[in-house]
Design a binder for this molecule. Structure first.
Ligand code: ATP
Ligand code: MG
Length: 181
């Protein structure tokens, strides 16, 4: 079924040169010393999924996701993260067996989103992920405190979590959009 095959980060936070992380099916553990960049990887995944809050990404401003340099290395001008998804079973309604979603950001504040190398809108990325459960607010990224949040939230919010899980959010948001027009 649908699974994340690869994460690529370049110029994102502590990853100055390009790193590629290949993932098998099942559970992947990331281990390393404090400050080695483990959390930066999950920040990178949230970022591609469209995260717009610098604070959620543990920064003060959005530019903080771009590699800011070290004693030996100059700062970079662009951050890029890609997620490569296995789409052999066509879970994503796109005619490719592999789907690569990329986000780029420049110091100017400009952002670019690409699906299989073609420029697209953030909205397209959101729609693509909405019903896969991979969305940035989806249940697949369970941040610290999220469990408590789900348990203590209003019935309405719990319902949203369940609706995304069963895959009807996309239709609801399209319906709402149509009603606004
Ligand atoms: P811990 O085990 O303490 O949770 P971790 O492996 O999760 O550590 P991260 O929080 O992912 O570590 O990485 C923190 C490191 O990333 C810090 O050294 C910080 O300076 C570096 N870092 C964050 N943003 C940038 C940036 N824009 N440019 C360069 N380095 C950065
Ligand atoms: Mg950490």
């Amino acid at each position: 079924d649908l699974h994340l095959k690869r994460v690529e980060l370049k110029g994102f936070k502590s990853f100055a040169s390009k790193i590629t992380m290949d993932l098998e099916t099942g559970v992947t553990g990331v281990v390393g010393p404090n400050g080695s960049g483990k959390s930066n990887i999950s920040d990178g995944i949230k970022w591609v999924l469209g995260e717009q809050s610098a604070k959620t990404l543990r920064g003060a401003k959005m530019e903080d996701v771009i590699f800011s340099g070290t004693e030996k290395q100059k700062p970079l001008g662009m951050a890029e993260v890609s997620l490569v998804l296995d789409n052999e079973d066509g879970g994503i309604p796109i005619d490719f067996s592999e789907v690569k979603v990329t986000r780029r950001a420049y110091r100017s504040g400009e952002n670019e989103y690409l699906i299989n190398q073609s420029p697209c809108r953030l909205k397209d990325v959101r729609e693509l992920f909405m019903d896969t459960g991979i969305g940035k607010d989806g249940y697949s990224i369970v941040g610290q405190g999220k469990i408590d949040e789900i348990l203590s939230h209003k019935a309405e919010d719990r319902r949203k979590v369940i609706e995304e899980a069963v895959g009807i959010v996309k239709y609801k948001s399209r319906k709402e959009e149509a009603q606004r027009k």
